[in-house]
Design a protein around this ligand. Structure first.
Ligand SMILES: [Zn+2]
Length: 275
């Protein structure tokens, strides 16, 4: 989207809200987010389903409803995410707390993950929607292992449900699978159809005495996706495999949209119902 068009959208909260509503309700016809019944009763700014009694606003049960931000600030935040502004800078620019900026960025990443090919599987396996909405510090119940596939200029960062930490340790200990590390992220030489496996090291290297001294891995010779990732990983500091998962789904999305304008795509993702 051209900057002058974007400026019109954020020129007032009303214009921003109208734009978001167009994506939430394409023909402006409301239905119940719970049971999809079309007969609803209007109650001031809310509506009540005439079948199941669910009371909802225009944004209920959608990703953007997870963080309290005005419609115009949501659009500004999407723009700042698009240009990769830091959470500190976003908080400063929008005059919101650092925690709100962080939470909103997590919601954008979750919406990206939800709309990726293996999104439905990841959401149900890790119950990500509930996990991220909860007040506690979210932790995944298992360490996800990802596999990189490059095909016709596109990258797929696939979650490998059948490939657990045990399989990874087995490959390291019994087949000397070469690997290296950037921060806490381990990447490997090719396995099956994957250019590399990716895993967040939450202490397994120490526990199982695994070394990551590989040299000239196939991924190091990659001239497209890996340089794109590597320069971004320098600013990526996390202590959880959940953030690792969300961040790599973001990188997959950013890479595949690297020559496209993805502002509207992100707005569409944020206005979808949580799956
Ligand atoms: Zn209903």
């Amino acid at each position: 989207m051209l900057l002058k068009e974007y400026e019109k959208l954020v020129s007032s909260p009303q214009k921003a809200e109208k734009f978001l509503l167009k994506h939430c309700w394409p023909n402006y016809q409301r239905f119940c987010p719970q049971c999809h019944f079309r007969k609803v009763q209007k109650l001031n700014s809310k509506r009540k389903c005439k079948r199941c009694g669910f009371v909802f606003t225009d944004f209920s049960q959608r990703y953007l409803d997870c963080v309290r931000l005005s419609p115009d600030n949501w659009l500004r935040l999407v723009k700042l995410f698009e240009i990769e502004a830091s959470p500190d800078n976003i908080a400063l620019q929008l005059d919101i707390s650092y925690n709100t900026a962080r939470k909103a960025l997590t919601i954008i990443r979750l919406a990206i993950l939800a709309n990726s090919l293996d999104g439905p599987l990841l959401l149900s396996l890790f119950q990500l929607n509930d996990l991220i909405s909860s007040q506690k510090t979210p932790q995944l119940n298992q360490v996800p292992i990802l596999g990189i596939i490059e095909e016709a200029g596109h990258i797929f960062v696939d979650f490998l449900p059948e490939f657990g930490v045990d399989s990874f340790i087995h490959l390291k200990q019994n087949f000397c699978l070469p690997s290296k590390k950037i921060g806490q992220i381990i990447y490997t030489s090719p396995v099956k159809q994957y250019l590399s496996l990716l895993i967040y090291d939450q202490g397994i290297s120490k526990r199982f005495n695994l070394s990551h001294q590989g040299e000239n891995l196939t991924l190091d010779g990659n001239k497209s996706f890996w340089p794109f990732v590597k320069k971004r990983l320098q600013n990526f500091k996390t202590t959880s495999s959940l953030n690792f998962l969300l961040y790599f789904k973001e990188l997959e999305f950013r890479y595949n949209y690297r020559q496209k304008d993805f502002f509207i795509t992100l707005v569409k993702y944020l206005t979808t119902f949580k799956k």
